[in-house]
Design a protein around this ligand. Structure first.
Ligand SMILES: [Fe+2]
Length: 205
């Protein structure tokens, strides 16, 4: 799992240095794209759960195959989640807070979720590394249990987060934003400009 983990670390490092730029996200140019991305992530969470289950029930004969499956999903998470979190935290949520103030608390909680999901992903990857080492020694019992637990928690957390976003923020954006606000949101997401051109007045209670 070292390659996947190092991939995540490098993303985090690049993010810290400011090298992960919103402009470099051609796949998230609008709210519509963001919703599509949520659907893709949800599908990968299901694949992740299936991979975890196979790892547990299919045992050593399929160990290599199932680890590959799991690592493929992790690579997806590592490449997609930072981009989604960045555009949500940098553009989408601030826009929603400005235009629909009643969603202030919800968007703050969702942003906090992002931090915790990143931490949980790292925890899972650490246990995957320990599990793989333990497998080589034939002593994988405890790491296997911790892997299942941390993986189940990560999957549940991601699904709950995506459902909460859909039920609160996304539903409200669909129902309450005026057409011109939706156009403004689209343009801000396209440009990746944090808080740019946002009208000063709050438009709703
Ligand atoms: Fe999110």
């Amino acid at each position: 799992m070292s390659s996947a983990r190092s991939g995540y670390d490098s993303l985090v490092r690049r993010k810290k240095k400011g090298a992960v730029k919103l402009e470099a996200m051609p796949g998230l140019r609008s709210f519509h794209h963001l919703e599509n991305e949520h659907g893709l992530i949800l599908r990968q969470v299901e694949i992740f759960e299936e991979a975890l289950s196979r790892l547990h029930y299919e045992g050593k004969p399929r160990l290599g195959e199932n680890l590959k499956r799991l690592n493929r999903v992790l690579t997806f998470f590592e490449s997609h989640l930072p981009k989604v979190f960045k555009i949500e935290g940098g553009v989408f949520f601030p826009f929603v807070r400005r235009h629909v103030p009643k969603l202030e608390a919800a968007t703050r909680m969702l942003e906090e979720d992002h931090r915790r999901i990143r931490g949980q992903l790292k925890t899972f990857e650490a246990w995957l590394g320990r599990y793989q080492k333990a497998c080589q020694k034939g002593s994988e019992g405890y790491p296997a249990r911790r892997l299942r637990e941390t993986g189940a928690y990560l999957a549940c957390f991601l699904k709950t987060h995506l459902e909460a976003e859909k039920a609160t923020v996304c539903r409200t954006v669909h129902a309450e934003l005026y057409p011109e606000e939706k156009a403004l949101l689209r343009s801000q997401m396209k440009e990746g400009q944090k808080n740019a051109s946002i009208p000063r007045g709050r438009l709703r209670k």
